[in-house]
Design a protein around this ligand. Structure first.
Ligand code: ATP
Ligand code: MG
Length: 398
C-alpha cells in the first residue's frame, strides 16, 4: 500500500466515558489533527470511529507512523469510501476484487449506523455471494486469505482489508498533567510513556551532578524527551544542577541514607516545579524492590515529603516487561547508552533498604531542606521541547 486518501481508527476505551465523552472526543480529535500537521488533511471526525480524510493522497507509512503515536487510537486502517448504499458498495467492491481468484475470503461487516436498511449479516451474505460469483473465490470464515471489512457508518460506507495496531490508551490531555522525574535510565522514560498512555500530559524534570560528573546525562535526557514528546507535541523540561546539594547531604548526613535523602530532595524540588506548572502528580520509574532505594520502606520514607500523589506506573513490572515498554516507546536504544547517573555519584557502599521517615527527618535536621528545595527550583534551566515532524522526503527522480 503506497498512498491513502482516508484512514479510520477505532477507539475502544473512550466509549466508556459516559458524561465526559464529549471532552474525551474533542481531546482525541485535537491530538489527531496535531499529529497530522503538515499533511493535507481535509477533515477529522468521529462518527463511530475516527475518520481522517485527506484532500490529496498521502503515503500510508507517513500517516500510520504519525497516528500510531496518538494514544486513544486502537486499530488503524487505510480505508476507501464505497458510497452510501448497498448497490454502491457492491459496484465499488466489484472493481477491486480482481486479485481474489483462487483465494479464500470472508466479508466482515460492522453496522454502527443502525438506520442502514440491511443488517450486517445480510451484507456479509449478499456481498459474499456477489464476490464468490464474480471471482470464484471460496468463502472461508475461519482462516480467509483476504478479509473484506465493511463499516456502515453515518458518514457512509467504508471498506478496508488490513488493520494495524494503534497504541491504545486514552488521549493525552484527557487525564490531567504530571511531572515525570526523568533520569537517563530505562525505567523513567517507560513510566512517562505509560503515564501519557493513560491520558496525562507529561512534563519533565532531570537532576544532574555536573560539574562533579559529566553533563552527558543532560544531553541524553534531552534526546529522550524529544522521543517522548512526539505523543503530545510540546512539553517542558527542567534541568536541575544537583551536585552541590548532594555534596552537602554527603557531608552532613549518614552515608547509608544518602540515596533516600537525594530522592527526598528531588521530590521536594520537583513538587515546587510541578505546582508552578500546574501538574497534579509526580511520576517516577520505580519498580518495587528493583534496587535498594525501591523497597516499600524507602518509598514510604521518600513519599512522606511529597504532597502531590507520586505515581509509579512500573511498580509491579519486572525488568523484561519494562524493557518491552521502553522498546515500544522507542526510548530503549537511547536509554542504554552509557551515562553517569547522579545517584551513582557519591553512592554509599551499603545503602539503607529500610529507612524510616523519622530517621530521614532527623538526618535532614543538619541541612536546610526548604532552602535547598527553593534553590534547586530557582537554579532549574527550563526549556520547551517542541516536536516538529520531519517534512516527508521528496520522492527521488528516476
Ligand atoms: P531509571 O531507569 O529511570 O534511571 P532506576 O531503575 O535507575 O530508574 P533509580 O536510580 O533508583 O532507579 O531511580 C528511581 C527513579 O527516581 C527514577 O526512575 C526516576 O523517576 C527518579 N530519578 C532517579 N534519578 C533521577 C535523576 N537524575 N533525575 C530525575 N529523576 C531521577
Ligand atoms: Mg537510574
Amino acid at each position: 500500500m503506497e498512498q491513502v486518501s482516508s484512514v479510520i481508527a477505532t477507539v475502544h476505551e473512550i466509549a466508556l466515558k459516559g458524561g465526559n465523552r464529549g471532552w474525551f472526543e474533542r481531546t482525541l480529535l485535537a491530538n489527531v489533527r496535531a499529529a497530522l500537521r503538515g499533511l493535507p488533511v481535509a477533515s477529522v471526525s468521529l462518527p463511530a470511529r475516527v475518520v481522517v480524510r485527506f484532500s490529496a493522497p498521502v503515503p500510508w507509512d507517513e500517516a500510520f507512523s504519525r497516528l500510531s503515536l496518538v494514544f486513544g487510537l486502537n486499530g488503524i486502517m487505510p480505508v476507501e469510501r464505497a458510497g452510501g448504499t448497498y448497490d454502491q458498495l457492491e459496484a465499488f467492491t466489484g472493481e477491486r476484487i480482481g486479485d481474489l481468484a483462487g483465494k479464500s475470503f470472508a466479508v466482515r461487516c460492522k453496522r454502527s449506523d443502525k438506520r442502514f436498511p440491511l443488517h450486517s449479516n445480510e451484507v456479509n451474505r449478499r456481498l459474499g455471494g456477489f464476490v464468490q460469483e464474480r471471482t470464484g473465490a471460496r468463502v472461508d470464515l475461519e482462516h480467509p486469505d483476504v478479509t473484506l471489512h465493511v463499516l456502515l457508518q453515518s458518514d457512509g460506507i467504508w471498506v478496508y482489508r488490513d488493520h494495524f495496531p494503534g497504541p491504545g490508551g486514552l488521549p493525552v490531555g484527557s487525564s490531567g498533567r504530571v511531572l515525570v522525574l526523568l533520569s537517563g535510565g530505562i525505567d523513567s522514560p517507560a513510566a512517562a510513556y505509560l503515564a501519557m498512555k493513560r491520558g496525562t500530559k507529561a512534563h519533565y524534570v532531570h537532576f544532574h551532578s555536573a560539574p562533579y560528573t559529566s553533563d552527558a546525562s543532560v544531553a541524553k535526557v534531552e534526546r529522550l524527551v524529544r522521543v517522548l514528546v512526539r505523543h503530545q507535541g510540546a512539553c517542558r523540561l527542567a534541568v536541575v544542577p544537583f551536585g552541590e546539594c548532594q555534596q552537602e547531604i554527603v557531608a552532613a548526613c549518614p552515608e547509608r541514607l544518602r540515596v533516600v535523602l537525594y530522592r527526598r530532595m528531588m521530590l521536594r524540588a520537583a513538587e515546587r516545579i510541578a505546582r508552578r506548572w500546574r501538574c497534579e502528580a509526580l511520576v517516577t520509574g520505580e519498580s518495587l524492590n528493583q534496587v535498594a532505594s525501591q523497597t516499600l520502606e524507602n518509598m514510604a520514607a521518600i513519599d512522606r515529603v511529597a504532597h502531590l500523589p507520586v505515581l509509579r506506573p512500573l511498580v509491579g513490572l519486572d525488568k523484561q516487561e519494562i524493557i518491552a515498554i521502553a522498546e515500544r516507546a522507542a526510548t530503549f536504544e537511547l536509554s542504554i547508552l552509557p551515562h553517569q547517573d547522579c545517584c551513582s555519584f557519591l553512592q554509599p557502599l551499603h545503602p539503607a533498604t529500610r529507612s524510616t521517615a523519622a530517621e530521614c527527618d532527623e538526618a535532614e535536621a543538619a541541612i536546610d531542606v526548604e532552602a535547598w528545595a527553593r534553590k534547586l527550583q530557582h537554579d532549574a534551566a527550563v526549556t520547551v521541547v517542541q516536536h516538529r515532524w520531519e517534512p516527508a522526503a521528496a520522492p527521488l527522480e528516476a
